[in-house]
Design a protein around this ligand. Sequence first.
Ligand code: AOF
Ligand code: ZN
Length: 362
Amino acid sequence: MDDQYMRMALNLAKKGKGWTSPNPLVGAVIVKNGKVIGQGYHQKYGQAHAEVNAIESAKEDVAGATLYVTLEPCFHFGKTPPCSNLLVDKKIKRVVVGTLDPNPLVARKGIEKLRSNGVEVVTGVLEEECQKLNEIFMKFIVTKEPFVVMKNAMSLDGKTATVTDESQWISGETSRRQVHSLRHELSGIMVGVETVIKDNPRLTSRITNSRNPIRIVVDSQLRIPSTSKVLTQQDEAKTIVATTRRARKEKIDMLKQMGIEVIVTKEKHGRVHLRELMNILGARGIDSILLEGGATLNFSALEEGIVDKIQFYIAPKIIGGKEAKTAVEGAGIHSLKNVFQIERMTAVMVGEDLFVEGYIAK
Ligand code: AOF
Ligand code: ZN
């Protein structure tokens, strides 16, 4: 039964996707005498926590009830008072927790507070799923660096374009829709300047009721054309251009005049220092980034160790051609003992494409 109610809480938590960043997705369900009497989730950053919404939704007295919550109830006075206090005050009898909160302000303290006030606490119910739901938060709250997802669409033979550079579209419509919902869920979207020059993308989320990620263009010499949609269509989303001291000062000034934020980092192999960039973006509250290529930036990102997760859409097509682009290029590695190892790899079909997901072993 605990699993079943926790699953309900998980599904509620997911409704907040895209709106709570950089705070977590949290769901809560209140059960009394075998009946669900309250439910709630964290709906938007800065607003009420899941537990508060669940208690407010209850039509009967919650005293003596069990509360299921996907994340350890908070302990600190933040934008709202501590939920652990509220649960004690409302005389909740038992609290079932999905996963502990790694936030140093909360970790274990929320649970200790409940236990020391006589509340029965069970932890680790559907723990893996509860952690996966908040994989972004789990990294960001501890490191203050964004969680980076590298996404690629390719043919079965690993090509991302034909020899004449035609790339629209390799993956199917269902896959492309899935990517648009990911753009809604993550705070930032990052591409190399080559991609901007070649495809002139908008990098927005084209699904209804969605928000757009902040666009980040990595451009060490500031070659970005001033007519690019990411520069001219700023009412859709904010754009940040990351560059180095190799950029011409006049171009930096021109971009700034257009209202674009320009970040100048140190150089790494003559290019933007991606680790430094991640630190700067993390300090701005950007907790997650969708890396959408191209192949050169993909390799640099792997080499600098900023990638956490990979998502490859593999279409049932063979393109061929020695000169046709592949997903990850750059200098490549020399010895197999230095590969970027993927762990926890899974595969499912998404429409007609094979969708492969996994995590970079650290
Ligand atoms: C949420 N929603 O449902 C729960 C959270 O900035 P505050 O005051 O809203 O506090 C955010 C912290 O509260 C967050 O980092 C996490 O540790 C804890 N739990 N946060 O936004 C919730 N339960
Ligand atoms: Zn709380």
